[in-house]
Design a protein around this ligand. Structure first.
Ligand code: GLV
Ligand code: MN
Ligand code: MN
Length: 421
């Protein structure tokens, strides 16, 4: 008997977690460290407890469940996140964590003991919309930011990470990064249209593109919208609008690999008959090539200088996140590709467009990711969807890759022992 994942059980958990923070028209809002995030965490901890995992909460609130191996050596870590954007779907992040649980459940069912321990992790605040930067829990785990700095971050609601962790009861005492993994694997939805368009069943992820997030504040003067001639205004709203159009045009001129998003805009005082005195916008720039990312950042800085002068407004910038592109370990990428072929799945190599916890943990150990198709290429959208058969392929492939890395020590009542050593 071969170890197999139970797709109905996995879908049951995806739908159950999807009820936590459910939105009326589908999808979820489980922003990091909110009450909904706490409810999702509690459910995850209940499931981990039922699976007999040894559970730890670390100082930044990462939830870590350990399944013992025959040896007490470096574990194979499976992870992702259960926080969402405010208009999120059921699969972004949840798929990776719950597939990790399903693998543990399948191994338990079949009495399979692995040589290395298997660790399932849900990292805190991957999305970064309530507290920047994104991938915060995995960043601290990989020692890319101190715990103290992370706990002091103030979010969009005016609270700090430390306060909210304590408030929801997830300020743990386990040391962050205390377990050095042998390898890290993450199953995720693609969140883009490539796999669906090319009818490929699996994305073998070679790396993650670089990310640059900046908050930009334009400071002008409030004035009467009827009485103030255009040439005498210091219109912060107009400056923000001009910058948004010009940086987007520049990004388009840099070719397809450059993406640019002005995702948040706030005007003050935001009234019909008042010239805005202040505009605060966010700029998200991404490119798989670090030099090109630096070039577009320099272009943005020049544009800001020019527009500030032209519109006679002040400009202040605040870096919210900056991560260089990451290439995953070739041995892990090759192994995922080979296992996909062995299972008969069509695959293509690709770069990840979104940020992922795997890009942080890749600083500590060989890491890799598996993608499955996203319907209509949509994610960060309540209609986000991947079919159960696509999820089954991804989770089955994850299981094979995990067993390869962890090594099977004993499989009660089956013949896998000899073949999986
Ligand atoms: C976070 O997941 C991002 O890619 O924005
Ligand atoms: Mn995600
Ligand atoms: Mn996301």
């Amino acid at each position: 008997m071969t170890v197999q994942i139970d797709i109905d059980r996995l879908m049951g958990r995806i739908f159950a977690l999807g009820k936590v923070g459910a939105l009326q028209d589908g999808g979820v809002c489980r922003l990091a460290l909110t009450d909904e995030d706490k409810q999702g965490r509690d459910l995850l901890v209940d499931w981990m407890t039922a699976l007999a995992l040894d559970i730890h909460i670390d100082g930044v609130g990462n939830i870590i469940g350990i399944r013992k191996g025959r040896k007490d050596n470096a574990p194979v870590m499976i992870g992702s996140h259960i926080d969402s954007v405010a208009t999120g779907g059921l699969y972004d992040g949840a798929l990776g964590v719950l597939s990790g649980l399903e693998i543990v459940a399948a191994l338990n069912d079949h009495g399979v003991e692995t040589q290395r321990p298997i660790v399932v992790v849900a990292f805190t605040n991957e999305e970064g919309v309530r507290f920047a930067p994104d991938m915060l829990g995995s960043l601290v785990y990989a020692d890319g930011l101190s715990l103290e700095e992370a706990l002091g971050i103030t979010g969009i609601d005016g609270t700090t990470v430390g306060d909210d962790l304590a408030r929801i009861g997830y300020a743990g005492d386990w040391p962050v990064g205390g377990i050095q993994p042998h390898a890290y694997l993450e199953l995720h939805i693609e969140q883009g249209p490539v796999l669906e368009t090319e009818a490929a069943e699996i994305g073998v992820v070679e790396g993650v593109q670089g990310i640059s997030w900046t908050e930009i504040t334009f400071d002008g003067t409030s004035a009467h919208a009827g009485t103030t001639p255009m040439r005498l205004r210091h219109d912060a709203g107009r400056a923000a609008a001009e910058f948004s159009v010009e940086i987007t045009r520049l990004a388009e001129q840099m070719g397809e690999s450059q993406v640019c998003t002005i995702g948040a805009v706030e005007l003050h005082p935001n009234l019909v008959n008042v010239v805005p005195e202040r505009a605060v916008i966010t700029l998200d720039l991404r490119n798989p090539d670090e030099e090109r990312l630096k070039a577009v950042e320099a272009g943005a800085a020049e544009l800001l200088d020019r527009i500030a002068e032209r519109r006679e407004v002040g400009v202040k910038t605040r870096k919210l996140a900056r991560f260089e592109p990451v290439a995953f370990a070739p041995a892990i990428v090759d192994s995922i590709e080979a296992h996909a072929a062995k299972l008969g799945y069509s695959s293509r190599r690709m770069y990840a467009g979104a940020g992922h916890d795997a890009q942080m943990i890749a600083r500590m150990c060989p890491a890799g990711m598996i993608f499955i198709p996203s319907k209509n290429g949509l994610s960060h959208n309540v209609t986000e969807y991947s079919a159960p058969e696509e999820i089954a392929r991804g989770a089955g492939l994850l299981l094979e890759a995990v067993l390869d890395l962890a090594g099977v020590a004993k499989a009660t009542g089956d013949t896998q022992e000899a073949t999986r050593q």
